[in-house]
Design a protein around this ligand. Structure first.
Ligand code: 13P
Ligand code: SF4
Length: 321
């Protein structure tokens, strides 16, 4: 079976119950499906585990299964493959990239690191394996603060590639960092003016924001955190209304697990676009997941030399999480 244009484009026989078949194929193939909170709701509902990028890496490492289907973006599949080199790691559509990871090409990052000798390189997990191979320690939005805080105070730090997360971590830890100038096209889109209007409309609502958002949005937030941290905050809060400034997929699990609460997506600047949908995350569909399980394609591979180098900063992160 050939993978054309990044996914298996085989017609699905008419009358196939795709959901039932996915459940059956998971058993038959000894496969486990991991889904990020930004996946379509129907994929999250069929996944064996859902989580943020840290949880998905932690879970992948412990799985006994032969096959891991990572319903997320390419760098998440790479991370799973680096952690589990002997397993078959599949992503339903390998075109599921990440604008943030793409904003940091490895050759340019290598030159940036060279320009700052003597710095410890801290990289967000939203990077290619090649960038991780240039890194001393990987972080996610769940553990960046804790890890940066734990690094010796006399260590000079480079942080890449997200300028918003980097500047936020710098402000909460008080650490000076040389920050790579990258960003996520979804999180940069939230409109401060519209968020203020929404807060006036819902005066009791708590604002939840992912640290990839611009500083002006973060300043309006009651809680800044990873997808898992925002979800936990909403679940544990006594409040009933929440304005959510992150990718829209998280609303599925928030609404499922807190049916008595109201979640309002924060508006992007351009109200005619679906800008708070990550177009990469949403490339994975139920049909592609079905074909991926059936044909065990497309498979994520990582150059073994790169993988060996990238494993160290990921392992260091997991040990400090
Ligand atoms: P989390 O680490 O919160 O899962 O975020 C990953 C991501 O891609 C945010 O855009
Ligand atoms: Fe990358 Fe942004 Fe999509 Fe997250 S939401 S995967 S950072 S493009």
């Amino acid at each position: 079976m050939d993978v054309e244009n990044g996914f298996v484009n085989e017609p699905i026989p008419e009358g196939t119950d795709i959901r039932e078949e996915i459940i059956r194929l998971k058993k038959e193939k000894d496969a486990v499906v991991l889904a990020h909170y930004y996946q379509k709701g129907e994929i999250q509902d069929l996944a064996d585990f859902i989580g943020d990028s840290l949880a998905l890496a932690q879970i992948a490492r412990k799985l006994p299964n032969r096959v891991i289907v990572l319903c997320g973006v390419h760098f998440m599949g790479e991370t799973a493959k680096i952690l589990c080199p002997d397993k078959k790691v599949l992503v339903p559509d390998v075109n599921a990239g990440c604008s943030l990871a793409d904003s940091c090409p490895a050759d340019e990052f290598a030159a940036f690191v060279k320009e700052h000798p003597g710095h410890t390189v801290v990289s967000y997990v939203n990077t290619s394996a090649a960038v991780k191979a240039l890194t001393d320690i990987v972080v996610t939005s769940s553990n960046a603060r804790k890890i940066v805080d734990a690094l010796p105070k006399d260590e000079k730090l480079i942080f890449g590639p997200d300028r918003n997360l980097g500047n936020y971590i710098s402000s909460v830890t008080g650490r000076d960092m040389v920050v790579w100038d990258g960003a996520c096209h979804v999180h940069e889109q939230f409109s401060v003016e519209k968020l203020v209007q929404l807060k006036n409309e819902y005066p009791g609502a708590k604002v939840l924001a992912h640290p990839e958002c611009k500083k002006a949005v973060l300043l309006l937030a009651d809680k800044v955190g990873s997808t898992a941290a925002l979800l936990k905050y909403a679940q544990e809060s006594d409040e009933k209304e929440f304005i959510v400034a992150t990718e829209s997929g998280i609303l599925h699990e928030m609404r499922r697990s807190c049916p008595d609460k109201t979640f309002i997506p924060a508006p992007p600047s351009d109200s005619t676009c679906a800008c708070n949908d990550c177009s990469f995350m949403k490339l994975n569909t139920l049909e592609k997941l079905y074909n991926t399980l059936k044909y065990e394609q497309p498979e994520i591979t990582v150059d073994p030399v790169v993988a060996e180098k990238a494993l160290k900063p990921i392992e260091r992160m997991l040990a400090m999480s």
